[in-house]
Design a protein around this ligand. Structure first.
Ligand code: C2E
Ligand code: MG
Ligand code: MG
Ligand code: MG
Length: 283
């Protein structure tokens, strides 16, 4: 009996995989087409200083609107873009677009300290990555001091020569580095101490669990770790006043989340900033 069942489930498994592979191929084709047809765009989520509520920056987040008008979240296509290599040109486009937007904001008299951009490890380890960053800065005219790159801890790059080389080159240019989703992945504490990192980003999962008994412990630990190492600490996924209050009490410096502001289209963010100046959110 067990043999039949095993064979049966194996057949089901392979058939399902076949469909998934075909679906993935279609999705990949659509993604390439969407990129060519400029159906990808960026939204920007505000970041604030927890003590003052002051608007200090924003994170660029990619979006894909399909032909059917449906929104496909980045978790559904970034891994695919990484796998196919499209992430390299996609990432370069994100970098340029966000830098140009930041300069547009500055020209409009809105001057947040930084624009944060997510960089895939596949993109980060490319030989010409630093060159691409330089080009985006030169072409847009953005001062490197205002650019922050968010990278995730990853077994595939951490500890490699190119990872360290690129971090040092970015630092030399005056660009800031944040470790995204900190605490969820492969963490090597030694690189935090010796490599030029500016900021730790507490993952949303640890902010969500602040509400549960014993839940704040990880957020507290990351905050203390960051402070001890002289790094800034920012929390993502702040959804309530309580999240804000507790993170502030722990000593976390900055934050972003739906309670503060959702990811917004360019002009909506400008409107949000104006509204903030008129009537700041409580802190
Ligand atoms: P991430 O960099 O950790 O970004 C934070 C995610 O949390 C975003 O999801 C944001 O919309 C969401 N978020 C922020 N505040 C809240 C909140 O209060 N509640 C909830 N429920 N969610 C909140 P999003 O935009 O779907 O992006 C998911 C991930 O996709 C990002 O995680 C990042 O890893 C990746 N990603 C997004 N844009 C890019 C990009 O341009 N390039 C690369 N390589 N990756 C990107
Ligand atoms: Mg991020
Ligand atoms: Mg994050
Ligand atoms: Mg995250």
């Amino acid at each position: 009996r067990s043999k039949t069942m095993q064979r049966g489930s194996f057949t089901v498994f392979t058939r399902k995989m076949g469909i998934e592979i075909r679906e993935r191929a279609t999705l990949m084709q659509n993604l390439h087409r969407a990129f060519d047809a400029e159906r990808l765009f960026l939204m920007y989520q505000p970041q604030i200083e927890l003590n003052s509520g002051r608007f200090i920056g924003m994170e660029a987040l990619i979006r894909w609107r399909s032909d059917e008008g449906e929104m496909i979240p980045p978790v559904d296509f970034i891994p695919l873009a990484e796998y196919s290599g499209l992430i390299v040109s996609l990432g370069a486009w994100v970098l340029r677009t966000a830098c140009f937007y930041m300069v547009r904001l500055q020209k409009a008299g809105i001057a947040p300290l930084r624009i944060a951009i997510n960089v895939s490890v596949v993109q980060f380890r490319q030989e010409d990555f630093i060159l691409n960053v330089k080009k985006a800065l030169d072409d847009s005219g953005l001062n490197p001091q205002h650019l922050e790159l968010e990278i995730t801890e990853s077994v595939t790059v951490a500890g490699t020569a190119i990872f360290e080389q690129h971090l040092h080159a970015l630092k030399k240019m005056g660009i800031q580095i944040a470790i995204d989703d900190f605490g969820t992945g492969f963490s090597s504490l030694s690189y935090l101490d010796k490599l030029p990192v500016d900021r730790l980003k507490i993952d949303r999962a640890f902010v969500t669990q602040i509400d549960t008994p014993g839940g704040p412990r990880i957020a507290e630990l990351i905050t203390q770790l960051g402070r001890k190492l002289g790094l800034a600490v920012i929390a993502e996924g702040i959804e309530t006043q309580q999240h804000w209050d507790k993170l502030k009490a722990m000593g976390c410096h900055e934050g972003q989340g739906f309670f503060i502001g959702r990811p917004m289209l360019e002009d909506d963010l400008i409107a949000w900033v104006a509204q903030q100046q008129a009537k700041p959110i409580s802190c």
